[in-house]
Design a binder for this molecule. Structure first.
Ligand code: ATP
Length: 589
């Protein structure tokens, strides 16, 4: 079933209806004044022809024409402001709506939708929609006004001649209908191809370090050129359709002029119409030809706008699969008592369970460590706590309330999450830390800097905490980024702290220091830490070992060592490795 094209912007259009109505009114006035001029010139010519034109009447025609020209300019200014400026406002509001909607969508959506494509929608496609509501609307109204008014004037001069010019009209309508369909399809393909090209550019620039490290510049360039060529060929395909449409319409319109010249000339010779009428008729015809040609442009503009709006609608149609229930509980501060009861989870694209029958309990003030082989489901498990994904079976509770019943806003506000890739914004270190708490003072930031052991590193930075970290934090080392990300989580002082391998890039000494500092401030907090390096979670109250989505071992360090399983083996192995490293360091010193 075809959904209405304007379904997402109907309210905005209603909001701006008066702007468009007054704009249309000024446009109509402009057109009327434009149409009076040929009539005045026609009368002047007739007086001239009869030899009865006096200086006084010439001056009258001249001053009327001057007044008309001035009024036309003034009204033109008004319709431009009313319609074109409103289209800009409409564009800004659609962009805001689009971006707001994107923020509500869950991670699953971003897993399959590409960044470049989403960016192309907010720029290129939205631009096409704006043009449709700006010049598209203007041209459409102009075509209708000028077309009907010209026909009215033409009829008033000579109904017979007007009939002649109507002969090519059905052909023009057919041409427009035929090419309109073709251009719509081709526009959609062009916009799709542009989105793919934007995506490729975005990916190559974001991954430039990997591209350079693997000397893949040429290969990447080749892939980019392929996409650029695809866009070019789709554009040429489109231009070909236009190439046929515009000249065909122009030819048919010009046929009308030729017919009038021939048949109208005969009427003048026969004395059925005056020379002045013939000239005025031709001027009106000139005015009518323009809307006929403009129709092609209008169709083109609307097809492009429609194709783009349909693409934007597809995203706006997306229903967030993770959202508040109608009766969601808005609990501002949580205690942080987390329980998993027989939880099963899989991603929409995964064929099997990623997590199976997980039951855990973390009391406020307790420390849960999670370890396990790569891909065993550790990140997936902790992502379920802030409800980044929905579970399929079982239940997760915070403070004995199922998290699906809690308001997402408050649930997430109570969790300090440090993801594996410590993403930083291209802003200062201070602003990255105060991301979740914008009013954090510099003094409080220094305290956090101390806790995450970043003090010494800070001395190296040119502007201390006010140093800009470069896009995605490129100017910081992996370990420094991780520590800024931990400070960002601590800044909101949440009852639940989750670190997903967040100390993997810091050395053993700094890791110890951070863990000791954390002991102080995490007193009543629930701390969940994923680590491959077991020294990070060795002191946890409980450690769980995940393998292929199942808990295979659980208990504190001593219990797991006694068990002699995966944990004990890994611990022994890491102990030998760190001993070897220590000896190597001593040898070098
Ligand atoms: N968004 C996703 N969509 C589909 N499958 C996913 C997604 N993210 C992870 N997986 C799959 O889920 C499984 C568990 O991944 P997860 O990242 O939770 O493991 P992990 O134990 O944290 O791994 P690592 O130690 O490498 O961080 C893997 O098989 C992975 O391929």
């Amino acid at each position: 079933m075809n959904k209405p094209l304007l379904r997402h912007i109907k309210k905005l259009l209603i909001q701006y209806r008066w702007k468009y109505i007054t704009g249309a009114f000024f446009l109509l006035l402009t057109d009327i004044f434009q149409l009076i001029s040929p009539r005045l010139i026609g009368w002047g010519v007739d007086y001239l022809n009869k030899g009865s034109l006096t200086f006084k009447s010439l001056l009258l025609v001249f001053s009327s024409l001057l007044l008309l020209a001035i009024l036309t300019a003034i009204f033109r200014f008004f319709w431009r402001i009313q319609i074109l400026a409103t289209a800009r406002k409409l564009e800004a509001q659609i962009r805001e709506k689009y971006f707001t909607h994107l923020q509500t969508l869950s991670l699953n959506f971003f897993n399959y939708k590409k960044t470049g494509e989403l960016m192309a929608l907010a720029t290129n496609d939205l631009g096409a929609v704006r043009e449709m509501f700006a010049f598209g609307v203007v041209m459409l109204l102009d075509t209708i006004f000028l077309g009907t008014l010209s026909i009215f004037f033409l009829l008033s001069i000579s109904p017979k001649l007007t009939l002649y010019i109507a002969i090519p009209l059905p052909l023009i309508t057919l041409t427009i209908a035929f090419f309109g369909k073709i251009t719509h399809k081709r526009f959609k393909l062009v916009q799709d191809s542009f989105a793919k090209l934007t995506d490729k550019a975005e990916e190559t620039i974001a991954g430039i370090r990997v591209v350079k490290a693997y000397v893949q510049e040429e290969a990447e360039l080749k892939k980019f050129i392929e996409k650029a060529q695809d866009l070019l060929s789709k554009n040429i395909h489109l231009v070909k359709a236009w190439g046929f449409m515009f000249p065909t319409i122009e030819l048919l319109a010009n046929l009308s002029i030729l017919l009038v010249f021939l048949l109208g000339g005969l009427e003048v010779i026969k004395g059925n119409i005056s020379l002045g009428d013939f000239i005025a008729f031709n001027s009106y015809l000139g005015l009518l030809i323009w809307p006929m040609n403009a129709l092609g442009w209008v169709v083109n503009n609307f097809q492009r706008g429609r194709a783009s709006l349909e693409r934007i609608n597809e995203v706006l149609d997306e229903i967030p699969d993770i959202k508040d229930s109608p009766k969601s509980i808005k609990k501002e501060t949580l205690e942080g008592y987390i329980t998993f009861k027989n939880v099963y989870f899989k991603y929409p694209s995964s064929p099997k369970w990623i997590l199976e029958d997980i039951s855990i309990e973390i009391k406020p003030g307790k420390f849960l460590g999670i370890t396990g082989p790569v891909g065993s489901g550790k990140t997936s498990l902790v992502s379920l706590i802030p409800r980044l994904f929905n579970i399929q079976k079982g239940e997760i509770f915070i403070d004995n309330i199922p998290i699906k019943d809690l308001s997402l806003h408050y649930l997430r506000k109570n969790i300090g999450f440090v993801p594996q890739d410590s993403f930083l914004f291209s802003d200062t270190i201070a602003n990255n830390i105060r991301f979740g708490k914008p009013d954090l003072s510099d003094d409080e930031i220094y305290k956090l800097i101390k806790i995450v052991a970043l003090e010494e590193d800070l001395k190296e930075f040119p502007n201390g905490i006010h140093t800009i970290v470069g896009e995605r934090g490129v100017t910081l080392s992996g370990g420094q980024k991780q520590r800024v990300a931990i400070a960002r989580a601590l800044a909101i002082n949440p009852p639940v702290l989750i670190f997903d391998d967040a100390l993997s890039a810091v050395d053993a000494k700094t890791e110890r220091q951070i863990l000791e500092n954390l002991l102080e401030i995490r007193k009543n907090k629930s701390l969940i830490v994923i680590a491959q390096r077991l020294s990070v979670i060795q002191d946890a109250d409980e450690i769980i070992v995940l393998k292929e989505g199942k808990i295979i071992e659980r208990g504190d360090h001593n219990k797991l060592m006694r068990l002699g399983g995966f944990y004990a083996e890994l611990f022994e192995q890491q102990k030998i490795e760190s001993e070897l490293e220590r000896r190597e360091d001593e040898r070098i010193l």
